[in-house]
Design a protein around this ligand. Sequence first.
Ligand code: DC
Length: 225
Amino acid sequence: MKITVAIDGPAAAGKSTVAKEVAKRLGYTYIDTGAMYRAFTWYCMEKGVDCQNEVACCALIPEVTIKLRPNGIVLCNDIDVTREIREPRVSGNVSYIASYKDIRLFLVDQQRNMAKKHSVIMDGRDIGTYVLPDADVKIFQIASVETRAVRRYDENISKGIECTLEEIENDVRKRDYIDSHRDFAPLRCAADAVTLDTSFMTVEEVVLKVIEIINEKIALKNKDE
Ligand code: DC
């Protein structure tokens, strides 16, 4: 049975960690849509284009190809940018890029195509509300700003990316604001999503909860068929 799972939520809520693990255990394809916005941001910066200049950034659309490999490698025009897209300079600009309608339409089109063939678990900000409004399971994963900042800080340090906790917390607050206030497909909880506050949950607890929700949905679908 083909299942689509949407996990949305604010920056650094642990969506990708959970989505990756659930995908591994259930044999689904994991699609990290944030990585696509990050790769586009990296490209603009590489080209020396100001990320706050919408017209100049959107003009780059025809020359950008982004590929997500199953092993987590992110390619932008066949250059491996997996590490670079996690750097604070990219994180600090990605919300501008993600607020541009033409860039969103360009990437959403690819995201929808990826979800056509296989069971997928896709994480982002607008998956349940806009990219896959008919997803079988919708999760809205949240956590306090402080918890999210510590998680992202630890993740960066473990990857050898230099940053301070204060820098990360400011970035998380700024992105929360921009992501939820943009005009087109802003971050919000879908009416039919299950909200999971993970502030006091371990990764394993969240993974098991998401799998439980998916299994309930599969049982319902089986009953209907
Ligand atoms: O999940 P992330 O931190 O890698 O996402 C990077 C940025 O991309 C985030 O600030 C908001 C944006 N984004 C988005 O607008 N829509 C998505 N589906 C995924 C990410």
